[in-house]
Design a protein around this ligand. Structure first.
Ligand SMILES: Cc1cc2nc3c(=O)[nH]c(=O)nc-3n(C[C@H](O)[C@H](O)[C@H](O)COP(=O)(O)OP(=O)(O)OC[C@H]3O[C@@H](n4cnc5c(N)ncnc54)[C@H](O)[C@@H]3O)c2cc1C
Length: 400
């Protein structure tokens, strides 16, 4: 598990660190700050220029190991690079490694037909377009995906999609051209064969992006999250992914790697929070001593180091298991990482906010937005309780 990174991965890691220092941190504020209202959901010249630069030097599609468009890294190797790019919330998109495009590219590469790959995957891999994944619905508890009500019904040579989705990440962006929509194609089938996934072009008639949604006030422009309405949206039958009734199969395959990527990115965020917590503590004086000399602050720093090490180890173990025994056999380790890391990283970031005082809550530091991001992931990709429940099932069965 602790084998050295390959020379290729080491080279990528060093170049990634240098790229982050030269191009990402100095521009972070501008990349994340809300631009002029009219340009909010449009492509931003600075981000596009940096994406072009990253692509030109091969820091591109680092997650992708289905072909020459990626860098051929294992999950274990990519996890360690993901930690570096995760240090800034502005970075993942610059390297074409952002959610939900990564998960959608994985779906198309694994389950797409040749025609679907030519039409959509190719353009996603070059970063020409963006995509979204529309499963969650406002009217039902979507952590239980059997509840999903959107209908995807066959009509001649087409399917017709009707339903209301929300929290569809990427949908507000002008660059979002394709949605993977989950819905019921056969309500009379056994529970786990009722749902299908289908490709729906975002310019199809009958789609309305109703409104953007914010996370603690952050809109995450230019990709964002939206409520989206599908009214009698007609797409050709060849847009079906894998086959009718196979939505759950695809969903399982999609979420494993994506969850690990989120975890590794959060470890990077937590490391950066700990770094600036120490800097601040060393340089700030209150009541005659530096914050770094105060017992409570020292405890916060020491505990944060313990937390980050534990979080990193469970995540690396999950990535290593995915490489050695496959995503399915690694599902417990993935669930453990998904449950442990967002909460742990959130605690570290929260301590860093406390040590910064009012500054920690402001827009002058990355901490407030980072806290919101870790908080959301205790719900996104399945709430913590659902993963703990799955783990409990396994533990109880083992001791039966
Ligand atoms: C920023 C953000 C981005 C997102 N991006 C996407 C996206 O791109 N595409 C998409 O389809 N969805 C997306 N989601 C939606 C997300 O996946 C759902 O919010 C999540 O799956 C939970 O579904 P729900 O909101 O319907 O909560 P519900 O299912 O209503 O659950 C509410 C709460 O019930 C409790 N609960 C549920 N099940 C159990 C259980 N078994 N045991 C104990 N307690 C339980 C938990 O506390 C849970 O938080 C995103 C969400 C956010 C916040």
């Amino acid at each position: 598990m602790f084998a050295e990174l390959s020379p290729g991965a080491l080279d990528l890691r060093d170049r990634l660190v240098a790229f982050m220092a030269e191009h990402v941190y100095p521009n972070e504020r501008e990349l994340l700050a809300p631009p002029r209202e009219a340009e909010k959901w449009a492509s931003r010249p600075l981000a596009m220029a940096l994406m072009e630069k990253a692509r030109a030097v091969g820091l591109w599609n680092l997650f992708y190991n289905h072909g020459p468009e990626g860098q051929g890294l294992s999950n274990w190797e990519y996890s360690q690079l993901c930690e570096i790019l995760g240090r800034s919330l502005a970075a993942p998109e610059l390297f074409n490694c952002n959610a939900p495009d990564v998960g959608n590219m994985e779906i198309l590469a694994t389950y797409g037909t040749e025609a679907q790959k030519q039409r959509w995957l190719k353009r996603l891999l070059t970063g020409e377009i963006r995509s979204c994944f529309a499963m969650t619905e406002p009217q039902v508890a979507s952590s239980d995906a059997t509840n999903i009500e959107t209908s995807i019904l066959r009509d001649g040579d087409d399917y017709v999609v009707n339903g209301r989705k929300w929290w569809t990440t990427g949908a507000p962006s002008e660059r979002c051209k394709i949605a993977i929509v989950m819905g019921k194609s056969d309500p009379s089938a056994p529970k786990h064969q009722q749902q299908s996934m289908i490709l729906v072009p975002m310019d199809a008639a009958g789609i309305t992006v109703v409104r953007p949604l914010s996370v603690y006030g952050y809109e995450h422009a230019p990709l964002g999250h939206a409520e989206v309405l599908f009214e009698n949206v007609r797409v050709p039958a060849e847009n079906m992914l894998l086959g009718e009734g196979r939505g759950f199969e695809i969903a399982q395959g999609r979420l494993g790697p994506g969850r690990i990527h989120h975890c590794m990115r959060f470890i990077g965020l937590a490391e950066r929070a700990l770094e600036i917590m120490c800097e601040r503590a060393r340089t700030r004086v209150a009541f005659g001593s530096s914050l770094a000399e105060m017992g409570g602050v020292r405890q916060a720093i020491g505990q944060s180091r313990c937390d980050i090490e534990q979080a990193r180890l469970v995540t690396l173990k999950a990535a290593w298991m995915m490489d050695t025994v496959g995503n399915k056999a690694a599902r417990n380790e993935i669930a453990i990482a998904k449950t442990v890391v967002p909460e742990t990283a959130g605690k570290v970031i929260d301590r860093a906010i406390q040590v910064h005082g009012g500054a920690g809550l402001s827009q002058d530091f990355f901490l407030a937005e980072a806290f919101a991001e870790t908080r959301f992931l205790r719900i996104g990709d399945g709430p913590d309780e659902v993963h703990r429940e799955a783990l409990a099932r396994v533990e109880l069965a083992r001791r039966h």
